[in-house]
Design a protein around this ligand. Structure first.
Ligand code: GLN
Length: 535
């Protein structure tokens, strides 16, 4: 029988509910349970695919092509298990389903209301995951903060769910903040008391409090929280600020969060979490023997979350190489006036990021030109790969006016062009080429050395592609297609001959890098950067 854990947040946003949920899931997984994590997002967009990265950070794409919240990236990186559309549901999607049903006449004769129709749909989404796979435990993270208007239907659904499932089968964890008042030199519990009160008003008594804090929680404070918030003392868990998110599972283990949860769920486990591989990874991460500087050229650099999975993939790849990867964000617009050599001179590698639209393209092309000419290891992802093709055509093949039609619809040489199936699409939501597709890798190439196999699958999110009308010309000139989709012939990987490491990929390898399986492209890119540093 499946057991359920709900995670709510109080006091402020950005407390790291996703990391706490993923850390708890990791501990339970290591004990032998099959676990998945789901996120409910209380906004009205049907998915985050139409949101600007500045608004919401990276849009994380799953194997089945769902555009989802970046917390799903943490779930996959921690659990090393793929997620799917069912793991991320927004208010928009809930309402869309209910409204479609109403139009179909499913509720004929009835007034459609938040209770029971919206709350029923929310509960159904939890159970849907269970139908997909018989999990031992489903963790559901409710986005937003208790007290938000948008969160109310979720809390009501949670209240009902718990009533139906029974207390032994459903635990509520409330993640809250214990602020430190410098002037008073004191940690304060009042905001937590208030946020628990809000939960109680919604009919939910939390079972466990996870308290985010800058300083250790003294015993008396734990007692006070337990008394005022009506939980037992063992259920007050300290979540102290960590050096890295990857410390959090071990911190939660120390605080016995997993044990407390299992006890409340009446679950027995024969094995204590060992996290052997995880600890080995952390050991390497914390004791690097060398370092490299990688320029990350993009246009959403103000917000690290916009490239979350890329940063994390570098953490994984750095640890494998026992190397500290210092990612230096460079705004592509700052490279437009001939500054690329100056800014890239001291770098050991260049990554050109994914993106959309015309802004910042010129700087990306300048950066790629520098990497090509100076044999600086280069790794282009999605738009980064497309830019590499454009740069090559203009500066090596001398095409003059080669461009992506995303940037210049009238380009004389549309070397990157809209995919044919995209030409008739006007709607923006969920209409890109999304999710996992196969790619066949050519023998004796850098790509085949990196992957060590002839067929791979990777995840996608794009509308434009390498224009195969130019394939022969470009590859004869030395930029070869080393990975191609076997069904459509779409070029997935390009690489440059006579360069130590110059590779561009149409897909998003960063989405598949996990602690247990660091992505080989990132691992080899860091290796190449280390080599270039030493030569
Ligand atoms: N804008 C490009 C496209 O749609 C690249 C997308 C991306 O980098 N994710 O094809």
């Amino acid at each position: 029988m499946t057991k359920y854990i709900f995670v709510t947040g109080g006091v402020t946003s950005s407390l790291g509910k996703g990391i706490i949920a993923a850390s708890l899931a990791k501990l339970l997984q290591d004990r032998g349970f099959s676990v998945t994590i789901q996120k409910f997002d209380p906004y009205i967009n049907v998915d985050p695919g139409t949101l600007n990265p500045y608004e919401h950070g990276e849009c994380y794409v799953t194997e089945d092509g769902a555009e989802t919240d970046l917390d799903l990236g943490h779930y996959e990186r921690f659990l090393n298990k793929p997620t799917s559309q069912a793991n991320n549901v927004t208010t928009g999607r809930i309402y869309q389903t209910v409204i479609n049903k109403e139009r179909d006449g499913d509720y004929l004769g009835k007034t459609v209301q938040v209770i029971p129709h919206i709350t029923d749909e929310i509960k159904r989404r939890v159970r849907l995951l269970e139908e997909e796979n018989a999990y031992d435990i489903i963790i559901t993270e409710i986005g937003g903060t208790v007290g938000d208007i948008e969160s109310l239907p979720y809390l009501e659904a949670l209240r009902q769910f718990r009533r139906e499932a029974g207390k032994d089968n459903c635990v509520v964890i409330h993640l809250t903040l214990i602020p430190y008042l410098k002037a008073a030199r004191e940690l304060k519990t009042k905001p937590t008391q208030h946020s628990v009160k809000e939960l109680l008003q919604a009919g939910i008594q939390p079972d466990i409090l996870v308290c985010r804090t800058e300083y250790p929680l003294p015993r008396e404070l734990r007692e006070k929280l337990a008394l005022f918030c009506n939980v037992d003392e063992k259920s007050v868990i300290e979540a102290i600020d960590a050096d890295t998110i990857y410390d959090v599972p071990l911190l939660m283990l120390k605080e016995k969060l997993d044990k407390t949860v299992l006890k409340k769920l009446n679950l027995k486990s024969s094995k204590e979490p060992e996290l052997l591989h995880w600890k080995e990874f952390l050991g390497k991460l914390k004791n690097p023997t060398r370092e490299v500087y990688i320029a990350l050229v993009g246009k959403y650099n103000e917000l690290q979350d916009a490239y979350k999975s890329i940063y994390e993939a570098f953490v994984h790849a750095g640890a494998v190489n026992e190397c500290k990867v210092r990612v230096i964000p460079i705004h592509s617009e700052t490279l437009e006036n001939g500054d690329a050599p100056l800014k890239l001179k001291s770098m050991d590698g260049l990554l050109v990021a994914p993106g959309f639209g015309e802004r910042g393209i010129k700087g990306k092309l300048e950066a790629i030109k520098y990497a090509r000419e100076h044999k600086l290891p280069f790794f282009g992802i999605c738009l980064g790969m497309q830019c590499a093709v454009v740069e090559y055509c203009n500066n090596v093949l001398g095409m003059k006016d080669a461009a992506s039609t995303e940037v210049n619809p009238k380009a004389k040489h549309p070397v990157i062009d809209l995919m044919p199936e995209q030409k008739k699409i006007t709607a923006k939501g969920g209409t890109m080429r999304l999710g996992a597709y196969k790619c066949r890798i050519a023998k004796n190439t850098l790509a085949s050395r990196i992957y060590g196999k002839s067929e791979i699958t990777e995840r996608h999110r794009h509308r434009y592609e390498f224009n195969n009308d130019y394939l022969d010309k470009i590859s004869e000139a030395g930029l070869i297609p080393s990975g191609v989709n076997p069904d459509s012939g779409l070029v997935e990987i390009v690489e440059m001959k006579n360069h130590p490491f110059f590779i561009g990929v149409q897909f998003h390898p960063e989405l598949k890098s996990t602690v247990e399986n660091p992505h080989p492209l990132f691992v080899h890119f860091i290796r190449a950067a280390l080599q270039s540093k030493n030569t």
